[in-house]
Design a protein around this ligand. Sequence first.
Ligand SMILES: NC(=O)c1ccc[n+]([C@@H]2O[C@H](COP(=O)([O-])OP(=O)(O)OC[C@H]3O[C@@H](n4cnc5c(N)ncnc54)[C@H](O)[C@@H]3O)[C@@H](O)[C@H]2O)c1
Ligand SMILES: [Zn+2]
Length: 357
Amino acid sequence: MKTTKLLLPSRQSALSQLNRLLKMPKYASAKYYILTDENTSEHCLALLVSKVEALQESEFLEIESGEANKTLDIASQLWQALLDMSADRDCILVNLGGGMVSDLGGFVAAGFKRGIRYINIPTTLLGMVDASIGGKTAVNIGMVKNQIGFFHQPEVVCVDPDFLNTLPRKEWVSGLCELLKTLMIGDAELYASFCSMLKADTPVLGNDVIKAAALIKTAIVKEDPYDTGLRKMLNFGHTLGHAIESFSLAHDQNPLSHGEAVGIGIVAETYLSVKKMGFDKARYDELASLLSSLVAMPAYKLKDMEELLSYVYADKKNADGEIRCVLLQAIGQAAIDVVVGDTEVCDALMHLAKIGK
Ligand SMILES: NC(=O)c1ccc[n+]([C@@H]2O[C@H](COP(=O)([O-])OP(=O)(O)OC[C@H]3O[C@@H](n4cnc5c(N)ncnc54)[C@H](O)[C@@H]3O)[C@@H](O)[C@H]2O)c1
Ligand SMILES: [Zn+2]
């Protein structure tokens, strides 16, 4: 597998490191195309171009933000735009944005002239700790997410938390939930300090936590680049989280973001971990209280269960007729493919309404 250069903040900012890296001979003749959405054009592009000299002569491509635009149609428009600008096989696509831009841009890079190099510069917290790393690229088909895609590793991932200064609160919460997931499967010590930070009167997220989560994801991807085993751990909170997300999309006027739904899914799957894996109950109570201060827990009724279960079964991970979850024995000890029964799922989902009451 091609290895990705991961640039993380250290004594030098990640953008300064990128500036130096792109002066190396192997990048000297490359032409750059920077892909943004309207928000990252407004809030992030000037900072990038001011810090990275090699990008000052770039061409620009802008798409509309939002999951609804992560489509084959938009990818096709981008391929046409690259051809119109005479992009060649040596060019480099620079994805400046959240997971939507990096998933779509990675997909475009994977397909253009049978694969060109690309650089991910995540601008959301979720992008920094998760989506920009690992080489999974995708577009959606209709309402179904990530159905068409390639594994195509980025040349460089540049994680610079300076981009987070303009991130809206909803996107922060979304990223915090995915960050929590990574720490819960990967690092008990950091998880504990992250929880203390969230409980503080004025929580401040340190760069060290972002770095650690990016490194945990990188290590998991290195072990299992094609998602056949260990990488499934990253689905903690997602089996029920995806169903909660679909239910919200179908019923709520202001639907939950992916990360918010995953936050609720983490609570439900940790509840199942207490019931089935001996996960510490006091730890669960602390987590449930923390997450319910970030995201309101849904109050499902019995009549909602049939629909919620249908979403759980529609998930590609449960295609063999059994519900499989990643559950935890303890923080940092995940078990993949644990079979969970319908009644247990319903109990975990109904239990959410009692949290904080
Ligand atoms: N490939 C993977 O491994 C992987 C993993 C997890 C998620 N994903 C994908 O990631 C996507 C979600 O990513 P996301 O949560 O980053 O959402 P996003 O990319 O849709 O960004 C969320 C919103 O924030 C705006 N934004 C981004 N950066 C900003 C900034 N610095 N300041 C102000 N506004 C900013 C965007 O324009 C958008 O409106 C989904 O498509 C999901 O499928 C992929
Ligand atoms: Zn996710």
